[in-house]
Design a protein around this ligand. Sequence first.
Ligand code: FDA
Length: 409
Amino acid sequence: MVPPATSSERFETVILGAGAAGLYCAPFAAPAGRVLVVDHAKKPGEKIRISGGGRCNFTNLHTTPDNFISRNRHFAKSALKRHTPFDFIEKVDGAGIKWHEKTLGQLFCDDSAKQIIKMLLDDLQASGAELRLETSIEQVRKLESGFELELSSSGKVYRVRSSNLVVATGGKSIPKMGATGFGYRLAEQFGLKLVETRPALVPLTFSPDFLETTSPLAGVALEATVQANGPSFQEGLLFTHRGLSGPSILQASSYWAEGEPLVVNFDPRSELPAKLRDMRSTGGRRTIASALAEHMPKRAAELLASRAAANDNRNLADLTDKELTAICDALSHWSIKPAGTEGYRTAEVTLGGVETDSLSSRTMGVKSVPGLYFIGEVVDVTGWLGGYNFQWAWASAHAAGTAIANGER
Ligand code: FDA
């Protein structure tokens, strides 16, 4: 039997969620008074631990508001401007963590993502904030002034009260790592609107019919430009047993809507027309597939040649300029209709979330409920692949934490 709730402990700020945003927010909020961070997981920052292949792509040097998807594309500007990648790098340097730029402004730890978690926990501890893990949030109530929460841990139910409540419970991706969608339900409890959520930065799947054609390519990686209903992304593309993955596909997945086509350009540097013409004049007695194999892995070349040239087995030498151009066009505009996505099981982030119209872009505070804040992934701000989502977690956490410290509402 659950014991009855006892009298309330008092905190200035309670932060729900000990992920990237929640942990980072605590020391900024601490000057205002006692801070408690609560999480139902056994360990804090689990997504940080597995991020970036265990090395955490903790920010991106080229962060701009254009690298984020939100119904209000101006919302993220203020927070991102007031806490930049260089502010976070300063902390990382201060903690003695060695890092490197991998590509496209993406910064990774040289050693381990665990160093970032340790840095966040050290800062939290130094600020005097308290962290309670394996603690469930049973109820949240608005009081005339502040909030009352019913928490439970090891079968013990107790109440805490606070002036400020920061919701940093993240999105729905990777439920087995503790993602619950709790923050969305809490937003609804307070009458806030949600922008429809769906998995993003997620591999795409093909129908069983189409998969028969592509599954022999599973494991083949090449460079491509991919575009859904948004910007095009030129990065790696990977054929999988279910469909497509790789950075260019993950990026495009955030803009892709079910039923829509995806356009893949297998000649991102526009080299093929000249290359094929050269090969025709120097060694024209080769098939299109063998010519393409100089440009991409052989298995991919065979499949793409058969589709682009409609099983035309003639040699290059027998093709007219017009026919060569048509083949190159087909390779640079490969339109496919994915059947779906791999869903929240493998998605890196959740698109949509708490509608930003309800929030102050300066403080992340709910306009209609003074003292209530939403930060990180639970908000309708979703970054591209490449360290942008952590940068949003840090920047929004800083915005809320400093607003609390400065008594801004
Ligand atoms: P986050 O998910 O980090 O934290 C939420 C916390 O709330 C969790 O600790 C959870 O246990 C807790 N919680 C949830 N429901 C609760 C409840 N009901 N009660 C109590 N606690 C609850 N981004 C990036 O920029 N660079 C990268 O390299 C990667 N790599 C990456 C890899 C993988 C595999 C994934 C899944 C994601 C990434 N990301 C990423 C995305 C990044 O991890 C993500 O955007 C941030 O962690 C979001 O930070 P939040 O603090 O908002 O949520």
